[in-house]
Design a protein around this ligand. Structure first.
Ligand SMILES: [Zn+2]
Length: 108
């Protein structure tokens, strides 16, 4: 019997704990203030709004933020996967599911 099941591969990679120099870290979180602005659309990110942070390790504290809705597929591919996206487990279950769905969608 041949059943065609389109099963999206769940990434069961173990967390890579190496934060070597030159690596960029990505965080997904709720904004802790309303002061950050989005790198894509330049608008303010509202307090508690879901945002994606990118931190280049070369310059410490060099953060750039984006509204989650402004995050491009290209950027998400660069992040690599949910295993390298920090903060995901701290999100509300429905937001975490939404982020994971987005990943499944771009990983075709
Ligand atoms: Zn934006």
């Amino acid at each position: 019997m041949s059943r065609t099941i389109t099963r999206t591969k769940t990434t069961t990679q173990t967390r890579t704990a190496r934060d070597s120099q030159g690596e960029t870290l990505y965080y997904v979180e709720y904004a802790r203030s309303g002061r950050s602005s989005c790198r894509e659309c330049r608008d303010k990110i509202p307090n508690a709004g879901l945002r994606l942070g990118e931190q280049a390790q070369v310059e410490r504290n060099a953060w750039s933020w984006r509204h989650w809705d402004c995050v491009s597929d290209t950027l998400l591919r660069r992040v690599g996967g949910t295993a390298t996206l920090r903060g995901l487990l701290q999100l509300e279950p429905q937001d975490r599911a939404m982020v994971e769905r987005r990943y499944m969608y771009i990983k075709r």
